[in-house]
Design a protein around this ligand. Structure first.
Ligand code: UFG
Length: 328
C-alpha cells in the first residue's frame, strides 16, 4: 500500500516507517521537523517537509501522491506543557488533524491509524485499563487525542473512513540494531533521562513523589517497547481492511515503579545513577497499566519485549551510541 506517515521523522513514527518499508509498502513521510529529525527518516521513504497547519502544504502533498492509508503521528506530546500552553495543543493537534482529514476525505482515503494515548484515562475505575474504561482526559494533551478519536467516528460515519486508534501507554526502547531511537528536546521521559545520568550528561535523576499509594510509594507505569507498538500499527492497517473501525489500548500489561525503572537502568548500564526524591509532578497518576487483551485476541498482537531489562538494553544501546541523539 501507499502510506502517508505524518510525523514519520519522530520517535514512534520512524520505527513504524521502518516496518512499513520492510513490509513492502511505499511510504511518504510528511513532517515539519519541529520535533522530528531528518536523520530518522528511512532512506527508502519519500520525504515531504510540510506543516499540517499550512493547507497549501497539504494540498501539494495530496496533489503529488495518492494514498491507500494514513498513519498520523504528528502532534505535540507533552502533558505538562499542554496545561501551560493549551492553545498550542488545541490549535496544532486538533486543527492540524482537521486539515489532514479534510484532504484525506476529499481524496477518498479509506484507512487511518491514529496515535492515541493512555492520557485518555484519568482516574480509571479499574487497572489494568481496558477499552471499556470511561474516557476521561486529565490534560489538554489528552483532550486533543479524545477529540481526535471523536472526530474519526464522524469521518467513518460520513465518509466511510475506517480508523484504528492506538492508545500507547509508556513507549520506550529503540530499534534493536541501534540506528533509530528516542531524541526529544526537551526530554521529559523517565528512561531516557535516567540513561542520561548514566552517560554523565546529568548529575542525578529526580523521583517525582515517593508518597503515592503504591508498594514503594512511586508511580507505576506500563513500559511498552516501540518496536512492539510499531508492529501493532502494521496489524491495525491490515485489520481495518475488513471495514470495521477499532480502538485498542497498548501496553505490556505489567507495571513498574519509578524506582524499579531506575534500578533496572543501573543493572543494564553498570552505573550508579544517583536518584533524589522530589515533589510530585502535577497531573501524574499513581498507576497506569494497560489491559491489551483485546488487540491480542482480535489482531494476534504479540509483544516481543515482555521484560523491562531487555527494553532498557535497547534504549541504552541507542543512547550510548548516540549520546547527542541525532545531533541535528
Ligand atoms: N518521572 C520521574 N522523574 C523524571 C521523569 C519522570 O520520577 O525525571 C516519573 C513520572 O513522574 C512518572 C513516570 O516517571 O511517574 C513516567 O513518566 P514519563 O514522563 O516517562 O511518562 P508519563 O507516564 O508521564 O507519560 C506517558 C507519555 C505521555 C502520555 C502519558 C499517558 O509520555 O505522552 O504517558 O499518561 F500522555
Amino acid at each position: 500500500m501507499a502510506i502517508l506517515v505524518t510525523g514519520g521523522a519522530g520517535y514512534i513514527g520512524s520505527h513504524v516507517v521502518q516496518l512499513l518499508i520492510e513490509g513492502g509498502h511505499e511510504v511518504v513521510v510528511f513532517d515539519n521537523l519541529y520535533a522530528g529529525h531528518r536523520a530518522a527518516i528511512h532512506k527508502a521513504a519519500t520525504f515531504v517537509q510540510g506543516d499540517l497547519m499550512q493547507p497549501d502544504d497539504i494540498d501539494a502533498l495530496f496533489a503529488a501522491h495518492q494514498f491507500d492509508g494514513i498513519m498520523h503521528f504528528a502532534s505535540h506530546i507533552q502533558v505538562g506543557e499542554s496545561m501551560t500552553r493549551p492553545f498550542k495543543y488545541l490549535r496544532d493537534n486538533v486543527a492540524g488533524l482537521l486539515n489532514l482529514l479534510q484532504a484525506a476525505t476529499a481524496h477518498d482515503v479509506k484507512r487511518f491509524i491514529l496515535s492515541s494515548t493512555a492520557a485518555l484515562f484519568d482516574d480509571p475505575a479499574r487497572v489494568p485499563i481496558s477499552e471499556d474504561e470511561q474516557l476521561n482526559p486529565g490534560s489538554v494533551y489528552g483532550e486533543t487525542k479524545y477529540m481526535a478519536e471523536r472526530l474519526l467516528r464522524w469521518m467513518d460515519e460520513i465518509y466511510g473512513l475506517k480508523y484504528c486508534a492506538l492508545r500507547y501507554f509508556n513507549a520506550c526502547g529503540a530499534h534493536p540494531d541501534g540506528h533509530i531511537g528516542e531524541d526529544h528536546d526537551p526530554e521529559t521521559h523517565l528512561i531516557p533521562l535516567t540513561l542520561k545520568v548514566a552517560l554523565g550528561q546529568r548529575d542525578q535523576i529526580s523521583v517525582f513523589g515517593d508518597d503515592y499509594d503504591t508498594p514503594d510509594g512511586t508511580c507505576i507505569r506500563d513500559y511498552v517497547h516501540v518496536m512492539d507498538l510499531a508492529q501493532a500499527h502494521i496489524l491495525a492497517l491490515e485489520a481495518i481492511r475488513d471495514g470495521q473501525s477499532r480502538r485498542y489500548n497498548l501496553g505490556s500489561g505489567r507495571g513498574f515503579s519509578v524506582l524499579e525503572v531506575i534500578e533496572t537502568c543501573r543493572a543494564v548500564t553498570g552505573h550508579a545513577i544517583p536518584a533524589v526524591m522530589a515533589e510530585r509532578r502535577a497531573g501524574d497518576l499513581p498507576r497506569l497499566v494497560a489491559d491489551s487483551t483485546r488487540i491480542k485476541s482480535e489482531l494476534g498482537w504479540s509483544p516481543q519485549y515482555d521484560d523491562l531489562e531487555a527494553i532498557v538494553r535497547t534504549a541504552w544501546q541507542w543512547h550510548s551510541q548516540h549520546p547527542d541523539g541525532y545531533a541535528d
